[in-house]
Design a protein around this ligand. Sequence first.
Ligand code: SAH
Length: 466
Amino acid sequence: MDYFPVFFQLRDLPVLVVGGGEVAARKARLLQDAHAKVEIVAPELCDALRAEVAAGRMRHQPACFLPEHLQEVRLVIAATNDPAVNRAVFEAAEAQRIPVNVVDQPELCRFIMPAIVDRSPLVIAVSTSGGVPVLARHLRTRLEGLIPHGYGELAKLAGSFRSQAKQKLPDPASRRLFWEDVLEGTVAEQVFAGQLEAARETLTRQLEAADAAQLQQGCVYLVGGGPGNPDLLTFRALRLMQLADVVLYDNLVAPAILELVRRDADRVYVGKRSNNHALPQQDINLLMVELAQQGKKVLRLKGGDPFIFGRGGEEIETLAEHGIPFEVVPGITSAAGASCYAGIPLTHRDYAQACTFVTGHRREGETRLDWARLSHPSETVVVYMGVAQAPDICRQLIEHGRLPETPVAVVEQATTRQQRVRTGTLADLPSLIETHGIRSPALIIIGDVVRLHDKLRWHDDRADPL
Ligand code: SAH
């Protein structure tokens, strides 16, 4: 983070705007919205500012800026079109340790102003660290459309119940759950519909009926996090990621996805690379039971889809045996992600009428796959966890009749910015993997559909490492 985001309490405090034009007027108005005492230093004022001064809402010193003007001032914004004056304001403010902003000159700013969505008391600030203000404004416009105007009222109403809620539900975790229900349920809808009195009554009733024990019942969400690109998460996954108290994740979950988990949730790495488990599966299963029994909302976040080569089934079997409530959220499995982002449809009327997902991971040293069926020319085969076993897979398929020149693709870190797609033939598969230094996570796609890659590719891949 290049800037530390804060909200400044300026009520009744003197602030200075240097400059008398339209830009200065905009900044002065914002400061006024925050109830600051706005003083303007400028030889002349534009009409808008003159009107504010005439109405007694701002004060004007008709002068050129001098460092003395900063006495008592808590914050200063310079918005003149004279670079020398702007610099003088910056230097004088720095010397006196007063936060300063010079409009459109990031190098002369101790603080910068975000684009804001104002639903006071709810305020959303968006910043690009001064880099691309247009992007911040663009995002703000999207947020404006997304956030009902009633949110300000909702924040006010919830705020007025804050101390009552604290008394009734002293434990912060149950209080958070209570508010989550309120902000998503009837109360919120009533506020948005303008029925403020009804909303107040509903909230009063709900708070009276709130039961800490019930709110605090633990549960487990087994959630598919998709193949790595955060845009491919489901709404449900994101929602639960924002709700959970503790998150159990492994190395298939991309850091960009973990970023979206509620900030104050505990994160537990339970690892899992083939043959190098940070925690044995049984221990993961029991850890989830234990955490849920402590009343926690546990999120078990898995790469791809939890029910495809993810041992998700085993994990919830243990939960079911212990009577722990759970929910399973599907994710985009990496084969689907890799197929789309590599431009290789898994089925195609001309090339493949069936597609099979198989694991290359061997249990007790052997793969038990129906090689004869997988060797059929109209079948697409997607191999998960197959990088290490590629020579064996390739040999078995050729022995069972698949043509050595069948096209294959290896897709590493599919759907992410690090994605690499390399294509070759079945006979070359092991050397393809070796030459390009392909590492897990990677999928192997085998079949004539791979021919379409050259024509249908649309995603820019990372180059080979040097
Ligand atoms: N449940 C997961 C699969 C877990 S098995 C899913 O539905 O995708 C782990 C294997 O998935 C890895 O060895 C790799 O073959 C594959 N995989 C997972 N994410 C991947 C990605 N982003 N790119 C390529 N392969 C991936």
